[in-house]
Design a protein around this ligand. Structure first.
Ligand code: B12
Ligand code: SF4
Length: 448
């Protein structure tokens, strides 16, 4: 069969991201089938039109990574654009349309209905290979765990325990695009997060337990990306150090394999072994993105973060002492937030030096999270509330605008205090720097 996989994600904030999920979907498809990947960051609609005509796919897989941009102050909603693409594809092709991805998995019923595709795969895209086989052999795909159709709406299936094979195609035109624009390719070392922060949908998307990829295999893939010309690797794990021993083993495997390009990823500012970041730096780590969320002790406890304010200082210092670029992400406006907790956070944040600080104000409520249950209990939403277009939690004591006023007043003219992801202006700066040959996430230019 002929299978076309499309990444419709053209968001350039904070920078265009490599459609990693499709490498795994492609890897699940048997060798007897022909597979092509189209990335709308690279291919225009006119090119897609030609491909649909010439390749004449039997099945089209559409990735839904982002539903929206989760920024209450500068909201973008992507499902309407994806819907237009589905209608456009239907006018040109009789292929079976299948959707999946992290955004899809968060709200499969709603995204399925909004897009009007034939099937959706909840959770990991490795089940796409089973769906292709079912269609080829005249079996009903909806019998596969997690496959949703007009007649079936299953629960999220158990995490995939079968083969996980990334099919990386170094010569593909979309790979070349990311190599020319920032040189960043992405890499996954495990799936799942074992923590339970109240607002976070990651354990629902990836699983509640860690499933580790062997460090040697991770290093082999890293070498493959490096040999293909990558100048930087982004580790896409929910939190790279949530399994400390595994992250150290991956760093060791990088060194042993000869990975010499810099890399970065998300880290939790947990209590760390004293030499943790020096070992990481020695293995090529350059950027640490801390999911810190708050610097108010009470808010960290409410969010059920697995660390306290002192741990943040210690992790920050250790990373800075190891010569790493450090950013902290904050999520203000959760249950119990008040002018006092915001002030406590801001006061404590002042003590985080030489860093970029990203403030996301207003927390999107996702189904399958404790925050969803809290919002239900507090009567802020009902089971009938449509969560597809973002609904943000509203604290009793302070509203979003008031928090933003406090943050922007405190930030003053400081460039390293950024509300949201930086928007189009910072994306335009990143694009210019990429054009001049700079690589990586580049927020270090903001760090003060
Ligand atoms: C790493 C990451 C980032 C990094 C990416 C860095 C990089 N160089 O790649 C950074 C920090 C830049 C980032 C930015 C943003 N992110 Co982000 N990010 C993630 C994260 C943690 C992992 C994504 C990933 O690569 N996973 C690894 C790959 C292998 O998994 P995957 O893509 O999900 O694919 C698997 C399945 O989903 C499925 N699948 C994928 N495609 C398809 C297609 C088909 C047909 C099928 C059947 C299956 C399928 O199969 C794959 C293998 O199992 C997710 C949360 C999470 N844990 O999933 C959020 C997440 C995707 N991000 C999200 C958002 C909102 C954003 C931003 C908009 C935030 C912002 N305002 O800046 C930007 C958008 C960037 C952009 N240009 O698109 C949301 C999207 C949900 C939503 N509300 O819409 C998520 C889910 C986090 C959340 N809030 O829940 N992000
Ligand atoms: S916020 Fe980070 S540490 Fe907490 S559950 Fe989500 S991914 Fe895990």
């Amino acid at each position: 069969m002929r299978i076309l996989l499309i990444s419709p994600n053209t968001l350039t904030v904070p920078y265009p991201v490599y459609p990693l999920g499709l490498d795994y979907v492609a890897g699940s498809i048997g060798a007897a089938h022909q597979v092509r990947i189209v990335d709308m960051n690279v291919h225009s609609l006119a090119i897609l039109d030609e491909i649909v005509r010439d390749f004449s796919p039997d099945i089209i897989g559409l990735s839904c990574r982002n539903i929206d941009n989760t920024e209450a102050g500068d909201p973008l909603f992507f499902i309407s654009e994806h819907r237009k693409l589905v209608v456009w594809l239907r006018e040109r092709s009789t292929a079976t349309l299948v959707c999946g991805g992290s955004g899809f998995t968060i709200m499969p019923d709603r995204v399925f209905a909004a897009l009007g595709v034939d099937y959706g795969i909840i959770g990991e895209g490795e089940r796409f290979g089973l769906l292709v086989d079912a269609i080829e052999n005249g079996r009903e795909p909806a019998q596969i765990p997690g496959v949703i159709s007009a007649c079936s709406s299953p629960e999220t299936p158990e995490p995939w325990t079968g083969k996980q094979a990334r099919k990386f195609q170094p010569d593909a035109s979309h790979v070349d695009f990311y190599l020319r624009n920032g040189g960043m390719l992405s890499l996954q070392t495990k799936r799942g997060c074992s923590f339970r922060c109240i607002y976070c949908p990651y354990p629902h998307i990836e699983g509640k337990r860690h499933r580790l990829v062997s460090p040697d295999e991770v290093a082999r893939t890293a070498m493959e990306l490096q040999e293909a010309g990558a100048k930087y690797l982004f580790i896409t794990d929910s939190a790279f150090n949530s399994d400390m021993a595994h992250s150290l083993a991956v760093a060791k495997a990088f060194k042993a394999a000869g990975v010499f390009i810099p890399w970065g990823g998300f880290f939790a500012p947990l209590r760390l072994p004293a030499d943790y970041f020096s070992i990481m730096a020695d293995a090529g780590l350059k950027h640490v993105e801390f999911g810190t969320e708050s610097m108010s002790a009470a808010m960290l406890a409410t969010y059920r973060k697995p660390f306290g304010v002192d741990d943040v200082y210690a992790a920050h210092k250790q990373a800075r002492d190891a010569g790493l670029h450090v950013a902290h992400y904050f999520l203000l406006g959760g249950p119990g937030e008040s002018a006092a907790t915001v002030a406590e956070s801001l006061d404590n944040i002042e003590r985080l030096t030489r860093t970029a600080l990203f403030f996301f104000i207003g927390i999107r409520i996702y189904p399958h999270t404790a925050l969803y249950d809290i919002a239900l209990e507090e009567g802020r939403i009902s089971p009938a509330t449509d969560m597809l277009e973002p609904v943000f939690y509203q604290a009793d004591a302070i509203n979003r605008d008031a928090i933003e006023t406090l943050v922007t007043a405190r930030a003053g003219k400081r460039m390293n205090w950024i509300v949201g992801s930086g928007g189009d202006r910072s994306a335009a700066t990143v694009r210019k720097l990429y054009d001049r040959g700079h690589t990586g996430p580049l927020w270090e230019y903001l760090a003060r």
